[in-house]
Design a protein around this ligand. Sequence first.
Ligand code: C2E
Ligand code: MG
Ligand code: MG
Ligand code: MG
Length: 285
Amino acid sequence: AKELGKNTYQFYASEMNVAHHVSHLSLENALRFALERKQLQLVYQPQYDLLTGQLAGMECLIRWCHPELGLISPAQFIPIAEENGLIVAMGDWVLNEACHTAQQWRLAGLEVPRIAVNLSVRQFKPLLLVNQIKLALSSSGLPAHLLELEVTESVIMKRVNEAVEILRELKLLGVQLAIDDFGTGYSSLSQLKVLPLDVLKIDRSFIEGIPANQDDVVIAETIMILARKMGMSVVAEGVETAKQMQLLQKMGCDVGQGYFFSRPIPALEMQALLKPIQSNKLIAV
Ligand code: C2E
Ligand code: MG
Ligand code: MG
Ligand code: MG
């Protein structure tokens, strides 16, 4: 894949390839090694305000660059890391990397929108998580309101009562909270109502079907109305075509994310998308 040049980071090693080369146990060991030896990296996917066209945020996505197998998809190694508990250290690395990178950009005089990090179910524990977040914020100096935490609908709904408590504690830190992959996890509306969420991300599976599939159009539109009534802003994930973007715009969707706008990109490319901070908003260093 190396010969393909610049954009090859977006192509994963095939599942077959990975399964063929490494048994589950050695994958686990390799993952441990990867965390220690800096084979993990973050890529950043821009999110755009559908009203103004401005950069509205970004999502951090983890990548494993295996020296022999190439790029391995998080779908392949996150489940293993969750099983063996390595996800806690890995998630901590992601949080710190994201916060430090964002703060470095700010200190370089760039305007940084909110930066979203995905949380695993294993990280979603009251004391552990709040401490991880506090430390990542204080050691980087990133203002809390610029950090957004994404939790999937299914993680939240697994134990709603506990989730409410955790989310409330996180809100007290001043971070933004997003519910990820919404529409796939059977939320009841009465439960959704009690969650202190700022952002709702409509799952890609519904965006895929619009505008052709009338059911998906209705579902996407209904989710948006629901979110708005509950005071959340809406991000559509997996926007791949101009037609999807236009319909989402018409529906009043706030933010779009997907290959139509940009693939997830390395830090340097993300940095190039950031504008210098306006002088009247210069931060004290
Ligand atoms: P997610 O949080 O729902 O992230 C969105 C996924 O959709 C990403 O896949 C992204 O590359 C992909 N995507 C974005 N736009 C498009 C599009 O237009 N079309 C299509 N087909 N796909 C698009 P990725 O990076 O492979 O990540 C997969 C999942 O792995 C993520 O889903 C998230 O659940 C998990 N993940 C990624 N990074 C982390 C992490 O640091 N920690 C944890 N716990 N999970 C992570
Ligand atoms: Mg996500
Ligand atoms: Mg998502
Ligand atoms: Mg998704």
